[in-house]
Design a protein around this ligand. Structure first.
Ligand code: 3H9
Length: 700
């Protein structure tokens, strides 16, 4: 079947699109739609139905074409052709009508959709705005305030809600094709004319004064420094203040500005990076997948409880095991509390909560785990305890059960060696809060079987996580890179920066939180305990963590104790600076003979980000990550790295590896080789004039 087919069924012309996997608006598809609409004007049809084959309606412009020279017809020309059709055109939507796909639907004169369908304009997530009339037509149908929310958030909207917003006209219950034909028939019988959204006018007097400026300010808080959301507001404002064609012209100008921005390049990189990360080198589509219909979780703490929720949300029953009934109850109470928060936010309903809770059963008995398909151990970081648990699981669980540990940094092979089936053992490293954070590091031990890895990668999609495969080393990808980053934050602190300065620099650069505030959130005792288990050589220079250790010894454990680097309001958790901490920092600096100095914001940013990148390069050399873009996915989805900077490795490529190398050499000369030796891969790429992306291409 070709990409676009046209068929006359009675007096209804049916335009069928078929461009797998998601009917993206490639050049061929645009040309096909354009031609079909044109020729349908000449035949006996009285109305036209535009419908898609496969899993979805059009999912948008073909993102891969954005970096290539444009080819006619442009999407806007196709859309004009549809809207100008003299016969009514009806969009028949299933799956998701997104971006340019929804813009095509908006240019149609009527829209019907399956009840399960969603529509949306997610361009903002790619650092773009709807560039084919979406910002002009949406406010004309749904109103200005709703359009601003919808386009700046980019979230898809279910059919029923879209109907209530006037974005679609008719919901079809089961057979979309038959339903669309019946809808077309009705329109023909009513002699309904082509109804053009462009002809709707918005009365500027109906818009509250200051609406656009207020919205801009709110966005600046929600997405600081981001271009696309602000440009969207200007486009919607143009829809109110300018005639339709002038509004379209403004939209195109601002779309191009976004398309050429480094922010959009980074976000488009992330879109493909996330999908690439799910692919494991050496595995094929034929690698068998084990069936996972039930889960066991060991440890009902915050982590175990959060993990359990992911599976219950996906309809998979969970047995949650803890040491005694009291611990099980505590775990269930944490889960209950989390669901209540989701309910308050309107994310789930009471019956949904009750259903999820009914899927989580507590137990204290390992024999309840005999039949489960996957067990995830989520107890605290003690390798001896973990080995005991795995040895027990080996005794109890049926053959073929996958045995996973949620450890953040322990050796998977050591844990696997406690069983007689190391091929069934992997790491599944969730991030806290586990019911919220999207990242899942799937850690491959030296003996982990291919089908176990393939199953884990597939399962991640079921529970709506983004999986990244990691090799087995201390801290895997994310936490291994975090060490030098956190180290530099600590060293900047003792050498002269303040906690506030470090956090402000990193947060205004785009990190979700600054590193010092993250320490307080995680709990300073966690790192303290982890350091206690290290040898003197592993601990490194004692001055690095002297401030953190001093705070822990004073009982300042972070947010949970009301004070850490900052002081926290017990009610609101709002943080304030604490002169006592400044005194501790100064005392520690004195004890180590450090003369504190002014440290520039730029130095803080470079020390933190370049140390991250340098370790990322080593991770690639060691084969711990499959590709640089996987590291980007880990940092964006697990560590609050700003997505519009594309992750640390993409950021490195975009500012130039030579600049990074030169700066690292300067730091080496100033602060010593121990912390600042350029990674051999970085040295090699600079010599060859290549980027990390070039390196990844060479490896393929
Ligand atoms: C736009 O429309 C701009 C216009 O306003 C103006 C223009 C002038 N292009 O996600 P999946 C690939 S901007 C090219 O795993 P799912 C994807 O890479 C666009 N390729 O499936 C993957 O390839 P592979 C606005 C695309 O079922 C495969 O399809 N639209 C595109 O989990 C399967 O994808 C969007 O931002 C694309 N547009 O989810 C929507 N979309 O197999 C982006 C997907 O080689 N897409 N691919 O790895 C999505 O959100 C999801 O793909 C979707 C399906 C929900 C549709």
């Amino acid at each position: 079947m070709s990409t676009v087919n046209y068929e006359l069924i009675g007096d209804i012309g049916v335009i069928r699109l078929n461009n797998p996997p998601v009917n993206a608006l490639s050049h061929g598809l645009r040309e096909g739609i354009w031609g079909a609409i044109k020729s349908a004007q000449e035949d006996a049809s009285q109305a036209l139905v535009l419908i898609c084959e496969g899993r979805t309606f059009i999912a948008g412009a073909d993102i891969t074409e954005f970096s290539k020279p444009p080819q006619a017809p442009a999407l806007s020309e196709v859309i004009t052709e549809i809207e100008n059709s003299l016969k009514p055109v009806i969009a028949a939507i299933h799956g998701t009508a997104l971006g340019g796909g929804f813009e095509v639907a908006l240019a149609c004169h009527y829209r019907c959709a399956l009840a399960s369908a969603k529509v949306g304009l997610p361009e903002v997530k790619l650092g773009l705005l709807p560039g084919a009339g979406g910002t002009q037509r949406t406010p004309r149908l749904a109103g200005v305030a709703a359009a601003l929310e919808m386009i700046t958030k980019g979230a898809p909207i279910p059919a029923a809600k879209a109907k209530s917003m006037k974005l679609i006209d008719h919901v079809v219950d089961d057979d979309l094709f038959e339903g669309a034909l019946a809808f077309a028939r009705e329109l023909i019988d009513q002699k309904a004319p082509p109804r053009r959204v462009r002809d709707i006018t918005i009365d500027p007097a109906s818009i509250p004064e200051g609406l656009f400026d207020d919205f801009r300010q709110r966005l600046e808080k929600r997405a600081p420094g981001q271009l696309a959301p602000q440009n969207i507001v200007s486009c919607v404002e143009a829809a109110v203040k300018l005639p339709f064609d002038k509004g379209l012209a403004k939209e195109l100008d601002l779309f191009i500005e976004c398309l050429l921005s480094s922010q959009s390049a980074a976000l488009r990189h992330m879109f493909f990076a996330e999908r690439r990360a799910t692919k494991v080198q050496g595995l094929s589509k034929d690698t068998p997948i084990r069936e996972i219909n039930s889960i066991g979780i060991i440890g009902g703490g915050t982590m175990g409880g959060g993990i359990a929720m992911n599976f219950a949300n996906a309809g998979i029953p969970v047995k949650l095991l803890d040491i005694d009934q009291a611990a099980v109850e505590r775990g269930r109470a944490v889960i209950d509390k989390n669901y209540n928060i989701s309910m308050k936010k309107g994310k789930i309903t009471e019956p949904q909560k009750a259903h999820c809770l009914s899927l989580i059963q507590g137990t204290t008995d390992y024999s309840d785990l005999v039949e489960v398909d996957l067990v995830i151990e989520a107890v605290f970081e003690n390798v001896t305890l973990k080995k005991e648990i795995f040895s027990k699981l080996d005794q109890y669980c049926k053959p073929g059960t996958i045995l996973a540990t949620n450890t953040s940094y322990q050796d998977i092979d050591q844990i696997a060696a406690a069983t007689n089936r190391p091929e069934d053992v992997i790491g599944l490293h969730f991030f806290s809060p586990a019911n919220v954070m999207k990242l899942l590091e799937v850690v491959r031990g030296s003996k982990s079987a291919d089908d176990v890895i393939a199953t884990a990668m597939r399962l991640a999609k079921t529970i709506k996580k983004v999986p990244v495969l990691a090799g087995n080393c201390y801290g895997f990808i994310g936490n291994r890179m975090l060490r030098p980053y956190a180290r530099e934050a600590q060293l900047c602190l003792i050498e002269g920066a303040t906690a506030e300065q470090i956090d402000t620099v990193m947060q205004s650069w785009g990190m979700a939180m600054g590193p010092i505030a993250v320490g307080d959130l995680a709990g300073l005792d966690i790192g303290h305990k982890a350091r206690e288990g290290l040898s003197e050589a592993e601990k490194g220079d004692p001055k690095t963590y002297c401030i953190a250790d001093a705070l822990v010894e004073m009982g300042r454990l972070g947010q949970k104790s009301g004070a850490g680097y900052y002081r926290y309001d017990p009610e609101t958790r709002a943080r304030t600076s604490d002169p006592e901490v400044q005194a501790i920092i100064e005392a520690q600096a004195k004890a180590y003979g450090i003369e504190r100095r002014d440290i520039s914001d730029k130095e803080i940013l470079n020390r933190l980000t370049f140390s991250l990148i340098n370790e990322g390069a080593r991770i690639l050399e060691d084969g711990i990550a499959q590709r640089p873009s996987d590291i980007d996915v880990v940092y964006v989805y697990g560590y609050g790295f700003p997505p519009h900077r594309g992750g640390p490795m993409f950021y490195a490529d975009s500012i130039g590896l030579k600049k990074i190398y030169d700066t690292i050499c300067t730091f080496r000369d100033l602060y010593g080789e121990a912390n600042w030796t350029p990674a051999p891969l970085l040295v090699q790429l600079v010599k060859e004039g290549k980027t990390f992306t070039d390196w990844a291409d060479d490896q393929r």
